[in-house]
Structure formats: C-alpha cells, structure tokens
Ligand binder design. Structure first.
Ligand SMILES: [Zn+2]
Ligand SMILES: [Zn+2]
Length: 542
C-alpha cells in the first residue's frame, strides 16, 4: 500500500465514523492523519515504526493502524464500519458537499443506498420534506450527484497514464517484438481521460491475446479494434496496426478528429511528417494539435521544459507544505533551475497554517542566509496571498509591500455568482501588490467546478495592471484552462506555469502544466518561468 491509499483509508474511516455518529475527537484525529499522510514525501513502507509514530498527529493508535494496512492491506476498524454500511453509501460519503447527517437521513428515512437512487429521489422531490433538507439543499445535492455520476469512469491524466502503462506492460509480455504506444486523448495529454487508447503492431495476433485476459471483458469493436474495461472501471480501446502502417495509423488515432479526417483517405501518406506536409501545416507535438486548423499558422517556439528557469508557487513547512525551505531550495537547484519563488499561505488561511508577520521575519532571515550560501541560485520572498471576500488582500499594506512578489488566490467563500466573483477577482488584480493571479477559477477537476467568472474581463484587467495569470500545473487543477491562453497572450498577458507544490516531489508536476500550456500554444517568452530572475523581478516592480 502506498501513502495515498493509506491516507484514503483513514479518510474513509473518518467519514464512516461520522455517518455512524462516533466520537468527534477521534474522527478529527483520523481526518488530520489522512491529510498529513497524503502529503508525506517519504513512503510509509520505508519508515520504521518509531519514525511513523513520531510524525505530527500520529500516535500509537494510528501508527498501529498504518502498520496493519502495510502488513495486511486492511484495517480491522475500517472493515467493521464497511460491513455495516452499504457500498453505495460508502461512495456517497466520499462525495464532497453532501455531509454525513444528510446521507444518514436519506438512507434511514428513504431507504436510499446508492448515488443513482438518491438522484432519483431528488427528481421526485422526496428530499424536500426530510429533516434538515429543503428545496435549496435538494438542488445542491442533485448537482453534486450529477457531477459524481457523470465522472465515475473518468480519470485525471496521471491515473490514466499509470494504468495505461500497466496495460502496455501486460501486452508487451505476449508481444515482445511489437510496438505499443499511447494514442488518442492519452497521447494528446488531455487533463481528463475517458478511455485509454493504445495502438499495437501485432499482425493479427491481438485478438487472441486479448481473449486470454478474462478480467478485461473485451469486446470486438470491428476493423482491428477492441474495447473493454480494465478493473475496476478503466475503459480502454486497443487498435491493431502493422509495422508498415504504424505511423500513419498512429497519426490518425491520435487526433484530434478534425485533423485526422482531412487525411483519412490519403493512402500514399506513410509518416506523421508527410501528413503535416500534406496538410501544409508545421509539425506539432501531439499535445499541441488540438488548436491546429488548416487556416491558422501555429506559433514556432512552444514553451518546453528546457526553457524553464524558475519555479514559482511552492509551499514549505512554514505553511502547509511537508518539506523545509532548505530542502525545497536544494531540490529545485539540483533540478537545474535558477530560482525558487517560495509562496506559503498568508496569515488568514488558518486551515493551511498561514504565516503570521512574526514568522515571516523568521522565514525571510532564513531565506537571506540560504541566498548567501547558494551560488547561482536565488530564493524569492513570495506569498500566496488570500483574496478576501471583498477582493482586498490579506496582511497590512506595509507587510505586503516587503514581498518580492505576490500571488493572489481565492481559497474561501467560493460560492458567489458570476458578477460578484468577477468583481472580487478584478479588485484583487487591480491591487498594486498583485503580480500573479493564482488558480483563477478554483476548479478541482472531476470534483468541483470553478466559480463562475467573466474570463474576458479578468484577462483585460490583468493586461491593464501588469498581472500574470497562473496556469496551476497540479493535475487536479490545470487552472486557467488552456483554451484561454491564446486570448490572454493576445492581450499581452504573461502566463506563469506553477506547480503549487506542497512537497518537493510535486515540483515536477510542472510538466502537466507545460503540456496544457502547449495545448494553448504558449511560447517560451510568454511564459513567466522562462524569464531570468532579474527579468521576473522587473516585471513585479510596477
Ligand atoms: Zn492556492
Ligand atoms: Zn498554493
């Protein structure tokens, strides 16, 4: 079991205990353990029992349960709660925004045991008269459920990539000579993947090999294609090709469709390069092909990982990160970057251990010491400053003025209508201290829509106030959506591709952001992180 799986077990335990009205103190301790373990950089499996027990918030009881999970893959206490809770209810407690009390009422009073049943009960208005519900709550529950049900067999890119790699590995064992590649949305690095598409050069043997996988529930989809489900719920499509036609089949199945359609009858074309020539467009990497139309000339120099000079938006132990400032700086420097823009949470973010002015002084002293010692590398004194409900920024003016740069982000009070939410964000953009607008919509992919924003107005405000827009590179966010990038850069707004890392390993999440940025044809010079530290600091001094 890895750390994430262990963290999920504690989270489920807390949720089920809440459902069964257990001791709130215990529930809180499991919740805390879950959030701690999910962010822990070191695998628990590699730690000694003493090390585990000495983690903040992990006492002997919790460390015993971790040990049990590591050794047996199960936790007795959790199993007991699972036994007395129907599977559908276990899923319902994990849906954000429903709440244990409401689920219990729906279960006990209406006999509802699955998400589908609960949605149907909403359609029939059966929730309105229940204790603790009402018209408005029912509407909210309905929305959450629709979202959940629509996304059950959809996956974020990292999860899809992992499973597709596993599938390719299994096929490779039977087909050691074959070429097996990702194609379709997976090859185009879509943020959300519905179906894992693989292309295999196997000369007619794929059918038999797939038939030998009893758990994959394979069905023929005709013309050298098979679909199926890899347990528990990953849809896949296997496409059979030959060595001779592999490249052209790969190009066609990669898509997007509007590109593939143009050459589907051109049997003389053999390679991707020939296809691009035929279409009279420059060759583009798969992730950047969505925007490719035959009229518009694409940009030449898409931003790439090699262009990145500095990493911005990183959290340390001063707020809710798990690594120390020094460990983060050393890691970022060792990765070959020239600067690190540290941005812990601002003081009002109590839930994220936001940094008080006192501790800021301590942090800045430490940064000064490290900067003296580290050659060819600079740590910048940044902050992820909360945008308050009225659009003003956290901290007093005199404190805020001391930062090298400010990322302004919304974290609380996210249920606003479009007008209010847009005015709030624009007020923050107009603040003289704001340099980057953090995760502009607050969306969490597959879990939560962003707040509604008039993005055109937001972009205009950024252009007028020399504020860059963040493309938050966390695969859970990828916010701003890449479809806005061209609109922003056309107005002269720079984009900052930021990992929003809470541990040093997550610095490499920047790659997801770069793929998304390339989808939107971001060039190197339009990307803040490709600038030298001096250039960035000049940008921040408005
Ligand atoms: Zn944030
Ligand atoms: Zn952050």
């Amino acid at each position: 079991m890895n750390n994430k799986e262990i963290a999920r077990s504690f989270n489920l335990l807390a949720k089920l205990m809440e459902l069964h009205s257990e001791n709130p103190y215990k529930i809180r301790s499991y919740q805390n353990a879950s959030s701690l373990l999910s962010k822990l950089g070191t695998p628990l499996a590699a730690m000694s029992p003493e090390e585990i027990q000495s983690l903040k918030g992990v006492g002997s009881a919790i460390s015993g349960k971790i040990k049990e999970l590591l050794q047996t893959g199960k936790m007795n206490t959790l199993e007991r709660y699972k036994e007395k809770t129907p599977l559908g209810i276990q899923q319902l407690v994990m849906i954000k925004g429903l709440g244990a009390k409401k689920i219990m009422t729906a279960w006990k009073d209406l006999g509802v045991e699955t998400a589908g049943e609960l949605l149907y009960a909403c359609e029939e208005n059966r929730l309105i008269d229940l204790k603790g519900f009402g018209q408005k709550t029912q509407e909210e529950v309905r929305k959450q459920l629709q979202f959940f049900l629509a996304n059950q067999s959809r996956f974020l890119y990292p999860a899809a990539e992992k499973v597709a790699t596993q599938l390719a590995g299994i096929l490779k064992k039977s087909l050691p000579e074959s070429r097996i590649e990702f194609t379709g949305a997976l090859r185009r690095r879509e943020a959300i993947i519905d179906r894992l598409e693989l292309i295999v050069s196997s000369r007619g043997s794929l059918d038999k090999i797939l038939a030998d996988q009893p758990k994959w529930s394979v069905q023929s989809a005709g013309e050298g294609k098979w679909t199926g489900i890899f347990p528990p719920s990953y849809s896949f499509e296997m496409i059979e090709s030959t060595e001779e036609s592999f490249e052209i089949d790969w190009f066609l199945t990669t898509g997007p469709d509007h590109l593939a359609d143009k050459i589907s009858n051109q049997s003389a074309l053999k390679t991707e390069a020939e296809c691009f020539d035929f279409l009279n467009v420059p060759g583009m990497p798969p992730e950047a092909r969505d925007l490719l139309t035959l009229e518009k000339a694409p940009v030449e120099a898409l931003v790439s990982g090699e262009d990145i000079k500095g990493i911005l938006h990183v959290h340390s132990t001063y707020s809710d990160g798990v690594d120390t400032l020094e460990a983060l700086a050393t890691h970022v420097k060792n990765q070959g970057y020239y600067y690190l823009g540290l941005t812990d949470h601002s003081q009002i973010a109590v839930y994220a251990n936001g940094v008080s002015p006192d501790r800021l002084t301590q942090q800045w002293n430490e940064i000064d010491r490290l900067n003296e010692r580290m050659t060819g590398f600079t740590i910048l004194k940044g902050i992820e400053c909360d945008i308050l409900s009225d659009g003003s920024l956290d901290y007093e003016d005199d404190v805020r003025a001391l930062f090298d740069f400010v990322i302004a982000s919304v974290h609380t009070n996210i249920k606003m209508d479009e007008n209010k939410a847009t005015s709030r964000i624009i007020k923050a953009i107009e603040h003289p201290h704001t340099n980057i607008l953090g995760h502009p919509t607050g969306r969490l992919l597959l879990a939560r829509d962003g707040y509604p924003l008039d993005m055109e107005r937001v972009i205009d405000a950024c252009a007028a106030n020399q504020v860059a827009i963040e493309l938050n590179a966390s695969p859970y966010r990828l916010d701003i959506d890449w479809t806005w990038i061209r609109k922003a850069t056309a107005k002269g707004v720079a984009i900052a591709v930021n990992p929003d890392a809470h541990a040093k390993e997550a610095i490499s999440d920047i790659r997801y952001g770069l793929w998304a940025a390339r989808k939107g044809w971001l060039t190197s010079e339009q990307c803040v992180n490709t600038w030298s530290v001096d250039q960035f600091l000049r940008f921040c001094q408005k």
